[in-house]
Design a protein around this ligand. Structure first.
Ligand code: CP3
Length: 344
């Protein structure tokens, strides 16, 4: 019976497997020549996200090449702001740009959370396509950005090194900041619910900038919105598995796993894996945490570190992954070597 359950779902249910299941953050991306070809066919990144056939294709590319244990639907965390009515575009070589939210007036111009599905419908279609197309042992992951991380982009209108504009709004206009967090939280619940109905078996919340929230702000703007989202999803879909990723939270990772009822905690590469095995893994499945730069440099160090991560987490439920996304300069051959070191 257990044989028929996908390996990654077994790990997410708390089973310790002999060989950890594997996937990689940003596994569909610019390090793959086949991705670059499909993106060129789509025209640009956002057109690719909203073209269900081509998004299905790029999601499947790393599965064909590497037989990962999970596929993650090709989309972006910034599609939710766009669905809420923010303007979104990508500047080549620089990153995302959005219209900014800094006042109640700006917030008032956004649409209602109930209207997001019109924009996001192609993502649900990509998920339905993937449910049909994936090998039977491969699980399907849906995702969204966590409210704080999404808010940092909506407030600044771009990525920022220290999330300064978001911290400033939090301090100087708390009612607007709180209302924005609530709007994103509610939209995220609706978005992930539709992804699950379309066939996502696992959903991941990316709080990529959680590390810049300190003390009470971490509780209020990372933990509390996660609790609201996870509680709502589990009430509606008791079987769905949820992965949390409060990147950079350091010792606050403990507060996160104690308070948010996720099934798995994704550990960034700044976190000591021995510490994570001792302090987090007894409570739930751990995902992580190879340094993605090793896939650029390769060599003996890549093999040694890969084996060290596997060894450190071998006594509990573990999903092998990177500590952050794979970068465009990574080598596809190094990914094969990493997998060979894990699967033998
Ligand atoms: O993991 C996957 O393969 C699924 C797709 C996925 C993308 N973005 C595609 C993408 C996922 C899960 C994301 C998450 C995401 N997007 C995060 C959270 C994870 C993290 O990396 O911290 C964030 C912060 C974003 C926002 C975003 N999207 C930025 C800042 C950028 C520009 C920087 C960059 O890496 O290019 C993007 C663009 C983006 N999202 C690309 C891809 C494949 C590159 C677009 C291209 O093809 O040029």
């Amino acid at each position: 019976m257990t044989q028929s359950i996908k390996p990654i779902l077994r790990a997410l249910s708390g089973e310790t497997l002999q060989t950890p299941p594997i996937w990689m953050m940003r596994q569909a991306g610019r390090y793959l020549p086949e991705y670059m070809a499909t993106r060129a066919e789509a025209g640009d990144f956002l057109s690719l996200c909203y073209n269900s056939d081509l998004a299905t294709e790029v999601t499947l590319q790393p599965i064909r090449r590497y037989a990962f244990d999970a596929a993650i639907v090709f989309a972006d965390i910034l599609l939710v702001p766009q669905a809420l009515g923010a303007k979104l575009w990508f500047v080549t070589g620089e990153g995302p740009r959005l219209s900014t939210i800094t006042s109640m007036d700006d917030l008032g111009k956004l649409g209602s959370v109930d209207d997001i599905h019109e924009t996001l419908a192609p993502i649900y279609q990509t998920i339905r396509n993937l449910s049909e197309a994936l090998p039977k042992e491969t699980a399907l992951i849906g995702f969204a950005g966590s409210p704080w991380t999404v808010a940092t982009y909506m407030i600044a209108g771009r990525g920022t090194p220290d999330q300064g504009p978001a911290h400033m709004l939090m301090r100087e206009n708390t009612p607007v900041f709180d209302a924005l967090i609530e709007r994103i939280t509610d939209a995220t619940i609706l978005y992930l619910s539709e992804q699950i109905k379309a066939g996502a078996e696992i959903v991941k919340l990316f709080d990529s900038w959680a590390g810049s929230l300190n003390g009470e702000a971490f509780d209020r703007y990372s933990i509390a919105p996660h609790v609201k989202i996870v509680t709502a999803l589990k009430a509606q879909f008791p079987d769905v598995k949820i992965i949390g990723f409060p990147r950079g939270a350091s010792e606050k990772y403990i507060d996160f796993v104690d308070q948010v009822a996720v099934d798995c905690i994704a550990v960034d590469n700044g976190t000591n894996s021995v510490w994570a095995a001792e302090n987090l893994q007894p409570k739930m499945c751990v995902q992580g945490n190879l340094d993605p730069s090793l896939l650029v440099t390769g060599g003996e160090k890549l093999i040694a570190e890969t084996k060290r991560v596997v060894d450190t987490f071998k006594n509990g439920p573990h999903i092998f992954n990177l500590g952050h996304g794979i970068t465009p300069d990574a080598s596809p051959e190094n990914v094969s070597r990493m997998i060979e070191a894990i699967r033998g």
